[in-house]
Design a binder for this molecule. Structure first.
Ligand code: BV8
Ligand code: ZN
Length: 246
């Protein structure tokens, strides 16, 4: 394992990790662009939009219900566990995730910044005055599709950020702050979706030592200092074993 990286993972170093669907692949959660990402031959980008929901909320909810059931049967893997442990052991640790599966939280990770929301949250599609912007509801029965808003009986929508929708400015500010760090590790992302992928170059501009962990090359591979080819569930425990005195 590269000494360059291990030597920089000092107890008081500012460490930020960006994760994508690849970190949950070993848990059995389908990735977006992997072969298992397709649902009923729909490309995720075509279903994860407000237009798609407006056109056919039943179809879009069937997709989110399918993902909820798949994710509910999955557990955090060794990659999630190492990152959760690091979030407790390193004083200045932040985790920025694109994942909506909640597995980082279930692993007990502290300082998690969820860029794209959570599949376990919902919101009122009409944005009625009485409903909070988002609320957690991991017990939706789907007896009725689309499920109904308890305040206005209009449809509710998944609490995720869809393509073409802006991210929560508070969350973007937190992630931009976290990109000001000493070591920035991007794990299991194809680095195609923005603004998420932009934090890799932002960290570089802040002088961070940048690392990629991915079995495949991505558009970020040529932009980082170190690119480690392998599964997150293998590579992160290997790095962790090298850490002494942290
Ligand atoms: C926005 C929630 C303002 C929903 C998601 C600049 C340039 C180009 C385009 C844009 C741009 N700025 C904005 C855009 C448009 C768009 C965008 O980026 N489009 C892409 C397709 C080019 N961005 C937006 O719309 C964003 N909003 O910018 O608002 C605006 C509005 C309009 C116009 C301009 C600006 C909102 C983006 C958020 C969308 N919501 N998710 C849901 O989940 O249902 S994105 C979703 O897709 C995920 O959250 C994630 O972000 C992305 C999937 O990427 P990955 O997670 O990386 O997964 P993927 O399958 O692609 O790759 C997995 C990787 O893991 C692979 O590399 C694989 O090799 C690796 N892997 C596999 N196994 C393992 C592994 N790695 C490690 N270990 C393993 N075991
Ligand atoms: Zn409502």
């Amino acid at each position: 394992m590269s000494r360059d990286l291990v030597d920089r993972l000092q107890p008081d170093a500012r460490i930020t990790v960006l994760t994508g669907a690849g970190v949950s692949a070993a848990s059995g959660v389908p990735t977006f662009r992997g072969a298992d990402g397709l649902w009923k031959n729909f490309r995720p980008e075509t279903l994860a939009t407000a237009e798609a929901f407006g056109r056919d909320p039943k179809l879009v909810w069937e997709w989110y219900a399918w993902r909820r059931f798949r994710i509910a049967a999955c557990d955090p893997n060794a990659a999630h566990r190492v990152l959760a442990d690091w979030s407790r052991r390193f004083k200045n640790f932040n985790l920025i995730t694109q994942n909506v599966d909640g597995l980082h939280e279930r692993a007990g990770t502290r300082n998690t910044i969820c860029l794209h929301g959570s599949i376990w949250e919902v919101g009122c599609w009409q944005g009625c005055a009485t409903a909070p912007r988002r609320w957690r509801d991991d017990t939706l029965s789907f007896a009725e599709i689309p499920p109904r808003c308890p305040h206005c009986r209009g449809p509710i929508r998944p609490g995720v950020v869809w393509f073409g929708e802006t991210l929560d400015p508070t969350v973007v500010r937190q992630a931009s702050k976290a990109a000001e760090c000493d070591v920035f590790i991007t794990v299991g992302t194809s680095a195609i979706v923005y603004p998420a992928a932009g934090f890799i170059t932002a960290a570089r501009h802040h002088g961070a030592y940048t690392v990629e962990i991915n079995p495949e090359t991505t558009p970020a591979t040529s932009a980082v200092d170190l690119s480690l080819r392998g599964g997150a569930e293998m590579v992160l425990p290997l790095i962790d074993q090298q850490l002494v005195g942290v």
